[in-house]
Design a protein around this ligand. Sequence first.
Ligand SMILES: Nc1ncnc2c1ncn2[C@@H]1O[C@H](COP(=O)(O)OP(=O)(O)O)[C@@H](O)[C@H]1O
Ligand SMILES: O=P(O)(O)OC[C@H]1O[C@H](OP(=O)(O)OP(=O)(O)O)[C@H](O)[C@@H]1O
Length: 181
Amino acid sequence: MSTGKLFAIVGPSGVGKDSVLAGLHDALPQMHLVRRVITRAPELGGEEYDSVSVAQFETLKNDGAFAVHWGAHGLYYGIPVTVKYQLGKGTDCLANFSRDALAEAAEVFPRLTVLNITASPDTLARRLTARGRETKAEITRRLSQADKPLPDGLDVIHLPNDGPLLETIARGVALLQPARV
Ligand SMILES: Nc1ncnc2c1ncn2[C@@H]1O[C@H](COP(=O)(O)OP(=O)(O)O)[C@@H](O)[C@H]1O
Ligand SMILES: O=P(O)(O)OC[C@H]1O[C@H](OP(=O)(O)OP(=O)(O)O)[C@H](O)[C@@H]1O
């Protein structure tokens, strides 16, 4: 059996990563949806995650609990090392990722495909405001980081999400199926 593939979902804040991920996982339940560890207060929505304190995150990191970890938006994020077990038994995985962590991910995961979700700046601003998870100042900060280049040399699938979510998910499923071979 071959190793599973990790699909790293990236894109600017508000582009729809969590929404697309949830829809892809509903359509492709045989894939493993990675549950991240985040130093964010619990149950703020968007995704299911394990909420930990900064001290707990440090302990987990030092214990080798993360395959990859990064800091962004004043928070720390960890991809649990258990993802390697899923990949090792041939299960393809979906994970919400940071564009800044992709170069490291390419070293850690032998089979990595980036799913790059895009939308116009206007769409991003509208969606972040409607989501209401962050303050106005935090939203402005996130929008200022919308344009970030991806590292060269990665396998990248581009998925625009300006239109209806269900259409994006249907296109995403169609793009993922051949990529999973
Ligand atoms: N195609 C879409 N059409 C309309 N609203 C969307 C679409 N995709 C996502 N949203 C909404 O936009 C907001 C941001 O989406 P989210 O999935 O949290 O993005 P991200 O994880 O990239 O920050 C959420 O309120 C979500 O419901
Ligand atoms: O380096 P970047 O590509 O800019 O990504 C930075 C962080 O932003 C997102 O986090 P989160 O899901 O908490 O925020 P978001 O929903 O606003 O994108 C993403 O999952 C990363 O953890």
